[in-house]
Design a protein around this ligand. Structure first.
Ligand code: G16
Length: 545
C-alpha cells in the first residue's frame, strides 16, 4: 500500500477527536480514560508509520497500556527502532496530531510534519504492536490498525503481551544480532542466560510473584515453563478477566505507594521467603520479604540498583577490566536519600527527571549504566564499546574468564531496551544466588530513610512547574519557599512536588529520619499543594490537616 492523504481522510472520519478534550503526551505517552483514546490511538498508528519511514523503514513499536493506572484508564507508548522510548523531539508531533480538531486539520498537520522532517512517504513502513489485558484494549487495537492501514504501513500484531516484550521485538526486528524477533526468542535468550549464570548455585525453594492481575500473568506463566526447576515461581494475583482486579490492591505501584504487602498475599508469604510484584504491563518490579519479627520489608528500585551495580562492579574487577569499563548509576528525585548517599560514595550517580526516557538516555553516557526509578522501573545498559571490549578481552586466569563469561551472560539476561520486571527478577535472583544473600542481607546494604508518597487531586496539575530534575518548583510562585521553610523543621527532611505525567494528580514525596516525621511532612506539603490549587476547604482530605 502507498501513502495517500485521501485514504487517511477516509479512515480519520471514522475516528473523530472528541471536541471537549486536549491530549497531553506525558511521562510515558498518552494516558487517560480508555474510552477517550480512539482518535489518539488511530493517529499514533499514522505517526508510527511516519517514524518508520523516517528511519529507513525500521520497525517502530506501539504498546497499548496504562501500566500501573486503574483498569478504566488506557494509554499508548511509542517505541523507537532500538527499542527505547520515542525520541523526545517527536512528542510534540504526537501531541499536535492528537489535538487536530478535524480530519482536514489532521491532514494539514501530517503534511507539515512530512515537509518539516523531509519524510519520504514512498518508503515502506513497519509497526509492531501489542496490548495489555484492559477491556478497552481490543477496540483501541482496531483503531491503531486503521491508522497503520491508512498510512499504508505493514503492521505486526504481537497480541496480548507485556510492554518489555514489544520493546524486545522492535529491537530484535531491527538489529538481528539482538536475538530472535519472536516471543519465544525473548524467553529463550533470557532464560538460557539465567541458567548459565546460576549453574551450580544453591536453589531457593520458591519465589512468590504477584502478577497484579495483569498481562504479566501470561508472561510469567510462560517464563515458568522456560525456567523449569531452575527457579520455582509461585504466581499470585493472576485474575486477568475479573472486572476491576487489575492493579487493585496489588502490583508494584500498590506495594511502593502503600509500603505494605498486597492483602491477597497475607498468609501466603512465609517469614524470610522472598516475593515480588509486577505492575500492570510488567515493566516494573518491587521485591519484599517478611522478616523474623513478621514485619513487611520492601526492596524497591533503589535497592535493586544498589544490589545489581555492586555485583557488576565486582565482576568488572574480577575479569581484569577495571579501568577500562566505567559503571554509573542514574536515579530520580524519588530515590531514597540513603540510597543516593550509599551509591555516591562508591560510583558516579546522576539525577534526572522522572520517566524511563530520561533515565535511559542518561545511562547511555556510562560504559555500563544502571538505571532504576524507586518505583521499580529500570534496567542496565552496556554500551557498544563495552560490548566490543567484552568480546575481545583475553583473560589472564580462569577466574577472570569466569567473571567475563558472567558479564557476557548478563548482557543477554538483561532486557536492555526498557525496564522489564521478569528480566529484572531473574537478574536479582542471579545476584542473590551468587552472593548467597537472603532478602535480609540484601536489605542491610543500607537503611532506607522513612518516606511517604502522596497523590493530590488538583484542578490543574499543569500549574505545578518544576526545575532541577524535578526537585524544585518554579510555579506556583511562593510554594517552594514555603516547602523549604517547612522541611527545615524535620530532622533529615526532604520533600518535593511534581505533576504526574501518567495520572491527573500532583505527587508529593517526603522523607525524614522517622516514619512519623516523614508522614507528617508529606501530608503537610500535600495540604499546601491542595490549598494552592484552590481546593474547596470542606473537601480537604482529613489526612492533610
Ligand atoms: C511510567 C514511566 C515511569 C514513571 C511512571 C510514573 O511508568 O515509564 O518512568 O516513573 O510512569 O510517572 P509519573 O510520576 O509521571 O506519573 P509506567 O510503568 O506507568 O508506564
Amino acid at each position: 500500500m502507498s501513502f495517500a492523504y485521501e485514504n487517511i481522510a477516509t479512515f480519520s472520519d471514522r475516528h473523530p477527536k472528541p471536541t471537549y478534550y486536549q491530549y497531553q503526551y506525558g511521562t510515558a505517552g498518552f494516558r487517560t480514560l480508555g474510552d477517550r483514546l480512539d482518535s489518539v490511538v488511530f493517529r499514533v498508528g499514522i505517526l508510527a508509520a511516519l517514524r518508520s519511514m523516517k528511519h529507513n523503514s525500521h520497525a517502530i513499536g506501539v504498546m497499548i497500556t496504562a501500566s500501573h493506572n486503574p483498569e478504566q484508564d488506557n494509554g499508548v507508548k511509542l517505541i523507537d527502532p532500538r527499542g527505547e522510548m520515542l525520541e523526545a523531539s517527536w512528542e510534540v508531533h504526537a501531541t499536535t496530531m492528537a489535538n487536530a480538531r478535524s480530519t482536514e486539520e489532521l491532514i494539514e498537520v501530517i503534511q507539515h510534519i512530512v515537509d518539516l522532517l523531509n519524510i519520504d512517504t514512498t518508503r515502506p513502513a513497519v509497526v509492531i504492536y501489542g496490548r495489555d489485558t484492559r477491556p478497552t484494549g481490543e477496540s483501541l487495537v482496531a483503531a491503531l490498525q486503521d491508522g497503520i492501514q491508512a498510512a499504508g504501513a505493514r503492521g505486526r500484531d504481537a497480541g496480548i503481551t507485556t510492554t518489555p516484550v514489544v520493546h524486545y521485538l522492535v529491537r530484535a526486528t531491527n538489529s538481528k544480532d539482538y536475538g530472535e524477533a519472536t516471543e519465544a526468542g525473548y524467553f529463550t535468550k533470557m532464560t538460557d542466560a539465567y541458567k548459565k549464570l546460576v549453574a551450580g548455585r544453591p536453589k531457593i525453594s520458591s519465589l512468590l510473584v504477584d502478577c497484579a492481575n495483569g498481562v504479566g500473568t501470561m508472561a510469567a506463566e510462560k517464563l515458568k515453563e522456560y525456567l523449569g526447576d531452575t527457579l520455582p515461581i509461585i504466581l499470585e494475583n493472576t485474575s486477568t478477566t475479573t472486572p476491576g482486579a487489575l492493579n487493585h490492591a496489588c502490583g508494584a505501584d500498590y506495594v511502593k505507594t502503600m509500603q505494605r504487602l498486597p492483602p491477597s498475599l497475607n498468609g501466603k508469604l512465609t517469614p524470610t521467603q522472598r516475593g515480588c510484584s509486577l505492575d500492570g504491563d510488567a515493566d516494573r518490579l518491587m521485591y519484599f520479604y517478611i522478616d523474623e519479627k513478621r514485619q513487611f520489608r520492601m526492596l524497591d528500585g533503589d535497592k535493586i540498583a544498589t544490589l545489581v551495580a555492586a555485583f557488576i562492579v565486582d565482576l568488572v574487577k574480577a575479569s581484569g577490566l577495571q579501568g577500562q569499563i566505567r559503571v554509573g548509576i542514574v536515579q530520580t528525585a524519588y530515590a531514597n536519600g540513603a540510597s543516593t548517599k550509599y551509591l555516591t560514595q562508591r560510583l558516579p550517580v546522576k539525577c534526572v527527571p522522572t520517566g524511563v526516557k530520561h533515565l535511559h538516555h542518561a545511562a547511555e553516557s556510562f560504559d555500563i549504566g544502571v538505571y532504576f526509578e524507586a518505583n521499580g522501573h529500570g534496567t542496565v545498559l552496556f554500551s557498544r564499546n563495552t560490548q566490543e571490549i567484552l568480546e575481545n578481552h583475553e583473560p589472564n586466569t580462569p577466574a577472570q574468564q569466569t567473571a567475563l563469561n558472567h558479564i557476557i551472560n548478563l548482557t543477554k539476561l538483561i532486557n536492555q531496551t526498557v525496564g522489564d520486571a521478569l528480566s529484572d527478577m531473574l537478574l536479582v535472583e542471579v545476584v542473590l544466588a551468587h552472593k548467597s544473600y537472603s532478602g535480609i542481607e540484601w536489605d542491610s546494604l543500607y537503611t532506607d530513610l522513612p518516606n511517604r508518597l502522596v497523590k493530590v487531586v488538583v484542578g490543574d496539575r499543569n500549574a505545578f512547574v518544576t526545575t532541577d530534575a524535578e526537585r524544585r518548583l518554579v510555579s506556583p510562585p511562593t510554594l517552594q519557599q514555603r516547602i523549604d521553610e517547612l522541611v527545615l523543621k524535620y530532622d533529615g527532611g526532604r520533600a518535593f512536588v511534581r505533576p504526574s505525567g501518567t495520572e491527573d494528580v500532583v505527587r508529593v514525596y517526603a522523607e525524614a529520619s522517622t516514619r512519623a516525621q516523614a508522614d507528617d511532612l508529606a501530608f503537610r506539603v500535600a495540604g499546601m499543594v491542595y490549598d494552592e490549587s484552590g481546593g474547596d476547604s470542606t473537601k480537604r482530605p482529613k489526612e492533610f490537616i
